[in-house]
Design a binder for this molecule. Sequence first.
Ligand code: MRU
Length: 368
Amino acid sequence: VSGPKVESSLETVAWVGDATTGHLRLIDQTLLPGQFVQVDCRDVPATWEAIKSLRVRGAPAIGIAAAFGTLLGGQAGLNLGIEGVRAAVKAAGSYLRTSRPTAVNLFWALDRMERVAESETTTDPVVFLERLLAEAQAISDEDKAMCRSIGRFGAPLIQPGQGVLTHCNAGGLATADYGTALAVIFSAFENGTKLRVFADETRPLLQGARLTAWELQRRGIPVTLICDNMAAQVMKERKIDLVVVGADRIAANGDAANKIGTYGVALLAKAHGIPFYVAAPSSTFDLTIEDGSAIPIEQRDPREITHSFGRATAPEGVDVYNPAFDVTPAELIAGIITERGIIRPVNTETVAEMLGIPRPAVKDYRLV
Ligand code: MRU
Protein backbone atom coordinates (compact mmCIF):
# COMPACT_ATOMS: atom_id res chain seq x y z
CA VAL A 1 0.00 0.00 0.00
CA SER A 2 1.46 3.34 -0.84
CA GLY A 3 0.86 6.21 1.54
CA PRO A 4 -0.41 9.70 0.87
CA LYS A 5 1.48 11.93 -1.55
CA VAL A 6 3.68 14.23 0.47
CA GLU A 7 5.22 17.65 -0.05
CA SER A 8 8.54 17.68 -1.81
CA SER A 9 11.96 18.47 -0.40
CA LEU A 10 13.10 21.63 1.32
CA GLU A 11 16.21 23.43 0.10
CA THR A 12 17.60 23.84 3.60
CA VAL A 13 21.12 24.73 2.51
CA ALA A 14 22.37 25.07 -1.07
CA TRP A 15 25.06 26.64 -3.21
CA VAL A 16 23.86 29.03 -5.90
CA GLY A 17 26.05 29.73 -8.93
CA ASP A 18 29.59 28.74 -9.83
CA ALA A 19 32.59 28.20 -7.57
CA THR A 20 34.18 31.62 -8.05
CA THR A 21 31.15 33.94 -7.93
CA GLY A 22 28.40 31.84 -6.31
CA HIS A 23 27.11 31.96 -2.76
CA LEU A 24 25.38 30.02 -0.01
CA ARG A 25 21.58 30.12 0.28
CA LEU A 26 19.78 29.03 3.47
CA ILE A 27 16.27 28.88 4.80
CA ASP A 28 16.35 31.31 7.76
CA GLN A 29 15.04 28.92 10.41
CA THR A 30 14.83 31.63 13.07
CA LEU A 31 11.81 33.03 11.19
CA LEU A 32 9.86 29.78 10.86
CA PRO A 33 7.02 28.99 11.05
CA GLY A 34 5.77 32.58 10.64
CA GLN A 35 7.84 33.42 7.60
CA PHE A 36 9.58 31.27 5.00
CA VAL A 37 12.57 33.36 3.98
CA GLN A 38 15.77 32.33 2.23
CA VAL A 39 18.92 34.28 3.06
CA ASP A 40 22.13 34.50 1.06
CA CYS A 41 25.54 34.32 2.74
CA ARG A 42 28.25 35.90 0.59
CA ASP A 43 31.20 35.80 2.99
CA VAL A 44 32.60 33.75 5.84
CA PRO A 45 31.43 36.03 8.71
CA ALA A 46 27.85 35.87 7.38
CA THR A 47 28.09 32.07 7.29
CA TRP A 48 29.52 31.96 10.81
CA GLU A 49 26.73 34.23 12.05
CA ALA A 50 24.07 32.09 10.35
CA ILE A 51 25.37 28.97 12.12
CA LYS A 52 25.85 30.68 15.50
CA SER A 53 22.40 32.29 15.50
CA LEU A 54 20.69 29.06 14.31
CA ARG A 55 19.49 30.45 10.98
CA VAL A 56 20.89 27.12 9.83
CA ARG A 57 20.96 24.46 12.54
CA GLY A 58 20.89 20.70 13.04
CA ALA A 59 24.13 18.73 12.98
CA PRO A 60 24.37 17.67 9.31
CA ALA A 61 23.03 21.00 8.00
CA ILE A 62 25.63 23.09 9.81
CA GLY A 63 28.39 20.83 8.46
CA ILE A 64 27.14 21.36 4.92
CA ALA A 65 26.76 25.13 5.39
CA ALA A 66 30.31 25.35 6.75
CA ALA A 67 31.68 23.25 3.88
CA PHE A 68 30.17 25.68 1.36
CA GLY A 69 31.31 28.56 3.59
CA THR A 70 34.98 27.67 3.06
CA LEU A 71 34.49 28.47 -0.65
CA LEU A 72 33.38 31.97 0.26
CA GLY A 73 36.72 32.35 2.06
CA GLY A 74 38.54 31.08 -1.02
CA GLN A 75 36.70 33.52 -3.30
CA ALA A 76 37.98 36.44 -1.23
CA GLY A 77 41.56 35.27 -1.83
CA LEU A 78 41.19 34.56 -5.56
CA ASN A 79 43.60 37.29 -6.68
CA LEU A 80 46.32 36.03 -4.31
CA GLY A 81 47.31 33.04 -6.45
CA ILE A 82 46.94 29.36 -5.61
CA GLU A 83 48.73 29.49 -2.23
CA GLY A 84 46.75 32.59 -1.29
CA VAL A 85 43.44 30.86 -2.05
CA ARG A 86 44.55 27.74 -0.21
CA ALA A 87 45.44 29.83 2.85
CA ALA A 88 42.13 31.71 2.65
CA VAL A 89 40.18 28.44 2.55
CA LYS A 90 42.12 27.13 5.53
CA ALA A 91 41.53 30.34 7.49
CA ALA A 92 37.80 30.16 6.68
CA GLY A 93 37.68 26.59 7.98
CA SER A 94 39.47 27.52 11.20
CA TYR A 95 37.06 30.38 11.81
CA LEU A 96 33.92 28.35 11.04
CA ARG A 97 35.07 25.70 13.54
CA THR A 98 34.53 28.28 16.30
CA SER A 99 30.83 28.77 15.49
CA ARG A 100 29.35 25.87 17.51
CA PRO A 101 31.16 23.17 19.50
CA THR A 102 28.88 20.15 19.95
CA ALA A 103 27.80 18.81 16.56
CA VAL A 104 30.72 16.78 15.25
CA ASN A 105 29.34 16.95 11.69
CA LEU A 106 30.68 20.52 11.54
CA PHE A 107 34.25 19.36 12.20
CA TRP A 108 33.82 16.24 10.06
CA ALA A 109 32.74 18.32 7.05
CA LEU A 110 35.49 20.91 7.57
CA ASP A 111 38.08 18.12 7.89
CA ARG A 112 36.94 16.79 4.51
CA MET A 113 37.23 20.24 2.93
CA GLU A 114 40.67 20.74 4.48
CA ARG A 115 41.91 17.38 3.18
CA VAL A 116 40.89 18.37 -0.36
CA ALA A 117 42.40 21.85 0.01
CA GLU A 118 45.69 20.38 1.21
CA SER A 119 45.97 17.60 -1.35
CA GLU A 120 44.76 19.41 -4.49
CA THR A 121 47.72 19.82 -6.86
CA THR A 122 46.31 22.24 -9.44
CA THR A 123 48.02 25.62 -9.78
CA ASP A 124 44.84 27.23 -11.13
CA PRO A 125 42.86 28.96 -8.35
CA VAL A 126 39.61 28.59 -10.32
CA VAL A 127 40.06 24.83 -10.75
CA PHE A 128 41.00 24.65 -7.06
CA LEU A 129 37.72 26.28 -6.01
CA GLU A 130 35.77 24.08 -8.43
CA ARG A 131 37.30 21.03 -6.78
CA LEU A 132 36.24 22.33 -3.36
CA LEU A 133 32.71 23.03 -4.59
CA ALA A 134 32.51 19.45 -5.86
CA GLU A 135 33.53 18.17 -2.41
CA ALA A 136 30.99 20.37 -0.56
CA GLN A 137 28.30 19.27 -3.00
CA ALA A 138 29.29 15.63 -2.43
CA ILE A 139 28.94 16.11 1.34
CA SER A 140 25.44 17.46 0.75
CA ASP A 141 24.45 14.73 -1.74
CA GLU A 142 25.80 11.97 0.50
CA ASP A 143 23.82 13.39 3.42
CA LYS A 144 20.63 13.23 1.36
CA ALA A 145 21.32 9.58 0.53
CA MET A 146 22.17 8.72 4.16
CA CYS A 147 18.93 10.30 5.40
CA ARG A 148 16.84 8.26 2.92
CA SER A 149 18.62 5.11 4.03
CA ILE A 150 18.06 5.90 7.73
CA GLY A 151 14.37 6.27 6.87
CA ARG A 152 14.29 2.87 5.15
CA PHE A 153 15.99 1.08 8.06
CA GLY A 154 13.96 2.83 10.74
CA ALA A 155 10.46 2.74 9.23
CA PRO A 156 9.68 -0.88 10.24
CA LEU A 157 10.19 0.07 13.92
CA ILE A 158 6.85 1.91 13.82
CA GLN A 159 3.78 -0.33 13.94
CA PRO A 160 0.39 0.78 12.57
CA GLY A 161 -1.51 2.99 14.99
CA GLN A 162 1.49 3.81 17.18
CA GLY A 163 2.35 7.10 18.84
CA VAL A 164 5.90 8.38 18.33
CA LEU A 165 7.54 11.06 20.47
CA THR A 166 10.36 13.21 19.11
CA HIS A 167 12.38 16.04 20.59
CA CYS A 168 13.87 19.11 18.91
CA ASN A 169 14.06 18.97 15.10
CA ALA A 170 15.88 16.20 13.27
CA GLY A 171 14.04 16.71 9.99
CA GLY A 172 14.76 18.06 6.54
CA LEU A 173 15.60 21.41 8.11
CA ALA A 174 18.42 19.81 10.13
CA THR A 175 19.99 17.98 7.18
CA ALA A 176 20.45 18.37 3.42
CA ASP A 177 16.99 16.83 3.06
CA TYR A 178 14.53 14.42 4.72
CA GLY A 179 16.15 14.33 8.16
CA THR A 180 17.22 11.55 10.52
CA ALA A 181 14.64 10.96 13.28
CA LEU A 182 11.93 12.46 11.09
CA ALA A 183 13.14 10.35 8.13
CA VAL A 184 12.04 7.29 10.10
CA ILE A 185 8.60 8.84 10.56
CA PHE A 186 8.34 10.17 6.99
CA SER A 187 9.34 6.81 5.56
CA ALA A 188 6.87 4.83 7.73
CA PHE A 189 4.10 7.26 6.79
CA GLU A 190 4.96 7.04 3.09
CA ASN A 191 4.77 3.24 3.40
CA GLY A 192 1.18 3.68 4.55
CA THR A 193 1.71 3.16 8.28
CA LYS A 194 -0.86 5.13 10.25
CA LEU A 195 0.84 6.90 13.13
CA ARG A 196 0.68 9.95 15.34
CA VAL A 197 3.67 12.06 16.28
CA PHE A 198 3.97 13.88 19.59
CA ALA A 199 6.44 16.75 19.21
CA ASP A 200 8.10 18.19 22.31
CA GLU A 201 8.15 21.96 21.90
CA THR A 202 11.84 21.95 22.96
CA ARG A 203 12.65 24.82 25.27
CA PRO A 204 14.14 27.36 25.10
CA LEU A 205 14.19 27.94 21.33
CA LEU A 206 11.19 25.79 20.37
CA GLN A 207 12.70 23.84 17.47
CA GLY A 208 10.04 21.18 18.11
CA ALA A 209 7.13 23.62 17.96
CA ARG A 210 8.46 25.92 15.26
CA LEU A 211 10.21 23.42 12.98
CA THR A 212 9.18 19.81 13.65
CA ALA A 213 5.46 20.55 13.91
CA TRP A 214 5.77 22.65 10.74
CA GLU A 215 7.60 19.93 8.79
CA LEU A 216 5.14 17.23 9.82
CA GLN A 217 2.12 19.39 9.11
CA ARG A 218 3.29 20.31 5.60
CA ARG A 219 3.61 16.60 4.84
CA GLY A 220 0.15 15.88 6.21
CA ILE A 221 1.42 13.72 9.08
CA PRO A 222 -0.74 13.79 12.24
CA VAL A 223 1.17 15.72 14.90
CA THR A 224 0.31 16.80 18.43
CA LEU A 225 2.46 19.46 20.03
CA ILE A 226 3.22 19.14 23.75
CA CYS A 227 5.30 21.21 26.18
CA ASP A 228 8.49 19.42 27.24
CA ASN A 229 7.20 18.97 30.78
CA MET A 230 4.16 17.01 29.55
CA ALA A 231 6.08 14.02 28.19
CA ALA A 232 5.85 11.97 31.42
CA GLN A 233 2.09 12.40 31.62
CA VAL A 234 1.59 11.57 27.94
CA MET A 235 3.70 8.42 28.37
CA LYS A 236 1.73 7.44 31.45
CA GLU A 237 -1.46 7.79 29.41
CA ARG A 238 0.10 5.18 27.04
CA LYS A 239 -0.02 7.50 24.05
CA ILE A 240 3.66 6.93 23.23
CA ASP A 241 4.92 3.61 21.88
CA LEU A 242 8.32 4.70 20.64
CA VAL A 243 10.71 7.64 20.97
CA VAL A 244 13.02 8.63 18.12
CA VAL A 245 15.42 11.57 18.25
CA GLY A 246 18.47 12.80 16.32
CA ALA A 247 22.00 13.32 17.59
CA ASP A 248 24.78 15.89 17.40
CA ARG A 249 27.69 13.67 18.43
CA ILE A 250 27.84 9.99 19.31
CA ALA A 251 30.85 8.63 21.20
CA ALA A 252 32.53 5.28 20.45
CA ASN A 253 30.43 3.55 23.14
CA GLY A 254 27.13 4.91 21.76
CA ASP A 255 26.56 7.71 24.31
CA ALA A 256 24.68 10.32 22.28
CA ALA A 257 24.56 14.11 22.63
CA ASN A 258 21.39 15.76 21.42
CA LYS A 259 19.29 18.84 22.19
CA ILE A 260 18.94 19.64 25.88
CA GLY A 261 16.04 17.65 27.32
CA THR A 262 16.74 14.49 25.33
CA TYR A 263 18.37 12.75 28.31
CA GLY A 264 15.28 13.44 30.41
CA VAL A 265 13.06 11.98 27.69
CA ALA A 266 15.26 8.85 27.60
CA LEU A 267 14.92 8.43 31.38
CA LEU A 268 11.14 8.83 31.15
CA ALA A 269 10.99 6.30 28.31
CA LYS A 270 12.95 3.82 30.43
CA ALA A 271 10.60 4.37 33.39
CA HIS A 272 7.60 3.65 31.17
CA GLY A 273 9.13 0.71 29.26
CA ILE A 274 9.10 2.61 25.95
CA PRO A 275 11.91 1.95 23.43
CA PHE A 276 14.11 5.01 22.87
CA TYR A 277 15.89 5.21 19.49
CA VAL A 278 18.50 7.60 18.12
CA ALA A 279 18.73 8.15 14.35
CA ALA A 280 22.00 9.48 12.95
CA PRO A 281 24.31 9.14 9.94
CA SER A 282 27.89 7.89 10.32
CA SER A 283 29.07 11.53 10.06
CA THR A 284 27.62 12.09 13.57
CA PHE A 285 29.87 9.49 15.23
CA ASP A 286 33.05 10.65 16.93
CA LEU A 287 35.12 7.52 17.49
CA THR A 288 37.99 9.57 18.88
CA ILE A 289 36.13 9.82 22.17
CA GLU A 290 35.47 6.76 24.26
CA ASP A 291 32.27 7.94 25.92
CA GLY A 292 29.93 10.89 26.20
CA SER A 293 31.80 12.58 29.06
CA ALA A 294 34.23 14.05 26.51
CA ILE A 295 31.55 15.64 24.32
CA PRO A 296 31.78 19.45 24.52
CA ILE A 297 28.44 20.93 25.54
CA GLU A 298 27.60 24.30 24.00
CA GLN A 299 26.66 27.01 26.48
CA ARG A 300 24.36 29.61 24.98
CA ASP A 301 23.28 33.17 25.71
CA PRO A 302 21.19 33.47 28.92
CA ARG A 303 18.87 35.79 27.03
CA GLU A 304 17.49 32.77 25.17
CA ILE A 305 15.87 31.90 28.52
CA THR A 306 15.22 35.31 30.04
CA HIS A 307 14.00 36.99 26.86
CA SER A 308 12.59 34.18 24.75
CA PHE A 309 11.59 35.69 21.41
CA GLY A 310 12.05 39.25 22.64
CA ARG A 311 9.85 39.50 25.72
CA ALA A 312 11.25 39.48 29.28
CA THR A 313 10.19 36.20 30.90
CA ALA A 314 12.41 36.36 34.00
CA PRO A 315 13.45 39.09 36.44
CA GLU A 316 16.34 41.29 35.34
CA GLY A 317 19.73 40.07 36.55
CA VAL A 318 18.72 36.50 37.50
CA ASP A 319 21.44 33.83 37.19
CA VAL A 320 20.83 31.53 34.25
CA TYR A 321 22.39 28.24 33.14
CA ASN A 322 21.78 27.45 29.47
CA PRO A 323 23.47 24.26 28.21
CA ALA A 324 22.19 23.59 24.69
CA PHE A 325 22.79 19.82 24.70
CA ASP A 326 22.84 16.82 27.01
CA VAL A 327 24.21 13.31 26.68
CA THR A 328 22.04 10.21 26.79
CA PRO A 329 24.01 7.19 28.01
CA ALA A 330 24.12 4.21 25.64
CA GLU A 331 22.32 1.95 28.12
CA LEU A 332 19.15 4.03 27.72
CA ILE A 333 19.23 3.70 23.90
CA ALA A 334 17.39 0.71 22.39
CA GLY A 335 19.12 1.21 19.05
CA ILE A 336 20.90 3.72 16.82
CA ILE A 337 19.43 3.86 13.33
CA THR A 338 22.22 4.62 10.85
CA GLU A 339 22.38 4.60 7.05
CA ARG A 340 24.07 1.19 7.32
CA GLY A 341 21.53 -0.46 9.59
CA ILE A 342 20.41 -0.41 13.22
CA ILE A 343 23.02 -0.70 15.97
CA ARG A 344 21.28 -2.83 18.59
CA PRO A 345 22.21 -3.29 21.40
CA VAL A 346 24.32 -0.17 21.70
CA ASN A 347 27.87 -0.59 22.96
CA THR A 348 31.47 -0.04 21.84
CA GLU A 349 31.63 -3.35 20.00
CA THR A 350 28.36 -2.97 18.09
CA VAL A 351 29.12 0.65 17.16
CA ALA A 352 32.55 -0.35 15.81
CA GLU A 353 31.05 -3.31 13.98
CA MET A 354 28.38 -1.21 12.23
CA LEU A 355 30.84 1.50 11.26
CA GLY A 356 33.20 -1.10 9.86
CA ILE A 357 35.95 -0.47 12.36
CA PRO A 358 37.18 -3.52 14.29
CA ARG A 359 37.54 -2.96 18.04
CA PRO A 360 41.38 -2.69 18.15
CA ALA A 361 41.30 -0.14 15.33
CA VAL A 362 39.10 2.11 17.46
CA LYS A 363 41.97 2.29 19.93
CA ASP A 364 44.44 3.01 17.12
CA TYR A 365 42.20 5.76 15.78
CA ARG A 366 42.05 7.41 19.19
CA LEU A 367 45.83 7.59 19.29
CA VAL A 368 46.05 9.53 16.01
O1 MRU B 1 20.64 23.60 18.47
P1 MRU B 1 20.16 22.84 17.27
O2 MRU B 1 18.81 23.29 16.82
O3 MRU B 1 21.18 22.84 16.16
O4 MRU B 1 20.02 21.34 17.80
C1 MRU B 1 19.69 20.35 16.88
C2 MRU B 1 19.48 19.01 17.47
O5 MRU B 1 19.70 18.78 18.63
C3 MRU B 1 19.08 17.93 16.51
O6 MRU B 1 18.31 16.98 17.17
C4 MRU B 1 20.36 17.26 15.99
O7 MRU B 1 21.20 18.19 15.42
C5 MRU B 1 20.03 16.19 15.05
S1 MRU B 1 19.87 16.81 13.41
C6 MRU B 1 19.46 15.62 12.30
